[in-house]
Structures are given as C-alpha cells and as structure tokens.
Design a protein around this ligand. Sequence first.
Ligand SMILES: [Zn+2]
Length: 93
Amino acid sequence: MYLYVAVAITFAITASVIAYSKGRNSLGWFLAGLLIGPFALVVAALGPVAREGIFARCGSCGEIVRAEATVCRFCNRPLGSDVPDNAQPEEAA
Ligand SMILES: [Zn+2]
C-alpha cells in the first residue's frame, strides 16, 4: 500500500511539473497523476496547451485573445495569418 501511494505521488508530482512547464493547470494534473498515474504523464506531455484551440496569441500585441476573434480586443488590429506582425515598412530602412 505504501508503495502504491509513493508511486502515485511520484506520478502526480511529475505530471504536475510537466503540466506547469507546458502552461497547463499544474494542480489539476497533480490530481490526474494521483488518479491515473502514468497515463497522466503521457497526456500532460502531449503537444502544447490544450486550450490553444480556444485562445490564440495576438501577433501585434502578444495578448491572448479568442481564436475565433477577427479583431484583437487589446490593440484593435485585425487577427489572422494574413496579417504578419513583422511586415512593417520601417524594417526596410
Ligand atoms: Zn493585439
């Protein structure tokens, strides 16, 4: 029983650290590690943040905005891949 608890806590801490390093909810992944052990490690290690599909980073001001937004609510610039943030004419100087 002690061994199981020690292993579960080890997985929980590891999943928490992985989740934190990837911008996820570290407390939630700590609990997930307690419950599902190594599976939490695998899921936590997968790709970037899970909420990436819901939120996107504004290319102009760097703030987090909703992915379906067409105009940034912070800087009011249009969002989308057709608006590169490094295409300012000043760069040619
Ligand atoms: Zn912006």
